[in-house]
Design a protein around this ligand. Structure first.
Ligand code: GUN
Length: 296
């Protein structure tokens, strides 16, 4: 069994990005600038956003954090987005999800300028991704592609089963694995909560990508020998033995599944760190595309 070490790979990627930023500085060019908007004070969201900002510093990017109260109205948030869309100093920005209930998430994601949409959530980017056009690919799926590529895991003609159809992970992943190229060219099955007889499907999978947020959902009995297993789950479960009072648990029954899998991502230290690395990569791309538009 080979452990897919997202921590190591994400570090490699951050080093590569930092080297690019150094070259930009040598050429006296502007460095990439990422902004993040967070609404409210959900513990997990704050942790993720702070981690994104910290990673910007690590690679030499500029970063801005916009913290809005949990009672912010939809109009106030849309105004803030418009401000960032028009701010030429900012190459890309994200609106951390989930948003409070008074705000229509779709309306918000539609308001982000697609050229600055480094999360790749705007329908323009999602459509372009589906049509093999240049776009921003959502960071978590992008990170999974990068892991498959760097570990040279064959995907052509393989049966990839995606579990979970979220707009952030499962749905885009199902599209990307079926695109032409590497990683891609898979035969894809997208499963979800209404899928019947899921074990019958997962037990035929060469590659399983699971993002359902249900701890230990995927059991060893559900996979075939030598399957590749990618676990996107990051559920916080109470654990008094830890300093923080919780631990992070994946969607895979890791201790048993690892005995059967050929490759598997750990949680934590698998897909999670890749997501941030790929957000940085998208921001680097956003800066490069922004520069090209300025030079036209
Ligand atoms: N919430 C969970 N994952 C993500 C992500 O990739 N981007 C944003 N903006 N919010 C999230």
């Amino acid at each position: 069994m080979i452990l897919l070490d997202g921590k190591k790979v994400s570090n490699d990627i951050k080093n590569e990005i930092a080297a690019e930023v150094n070259k930009m500085k040598e050429r006296k060019e502007k460095v990439p600038h990422l902004a993040a908007i967070i609404v409210g004070n959900d513990g997990a969201s704050l942790t993720y956003v702070n981690s994104k900002v910290k990673s910007c510093k690590r690679v030499g990017f500029e970063s801005s954090l916009v913290s809005l109260s949990g009672t912010t109205s939809e109009v106030e948030l849309l105004n803030k987005i418009e401000e960032l869309n028009n701010n030429d100093d900012i190459d890309g920005f994200i609106v951390q999800l989930p948003l409070p209930p008074q705000i229509d998430t779709q309306k918000v994601l539609m308001a982000v300028d697609p050229d600055k949409d480094v999360d790749g959530f705007h329908p323009t980017n999602f459509g372009k991704m589906s049509l093999d056009m240049t776009s921003f690919i959502p960071a978590t799926p992008f990170g999974i592609l990068e892991l498959l590529e760097r570990y040279n895991i064959p995907t052509k003609g393989k049966h990839t089963v995606v579990i979970g159809r979220s707009h952030i992970v499962g749905r885009p992943m199902s599209i990307l694995m079926g695109r032409s190229g590497f990683p891609g060219n898979s035969t894809v099955t997208l499963t979800h909560k209404y899928t019947k007889n899921i074990t019958q499907i997962t037990s035929q999978a060469d590659i399983i990508i699971i993002a359902v947020g249900i701890p230990h959902f995927l059991k060893a009995e559900m996979i075939k020998d030598d399957a590749v297993v990618i676990d996107v789950g990051i559920t916080r479960v109470p654990d008094e033995s830890t300093e923080k009072g919780y631990k992070i648990v994946g969607d895979v029954d890791f201790d048993n599944v690892k005995k059967k899998a050929s490759h598997i991502t750990p949680v934590p230290g698998g897909v999670g760190p890749m997501t941030i690395a790929m957000l940085l990569k998208n921001t680097l791309l956003a800066r490069e595309r922004h520069r090209q538009r300025e030079n036209k």
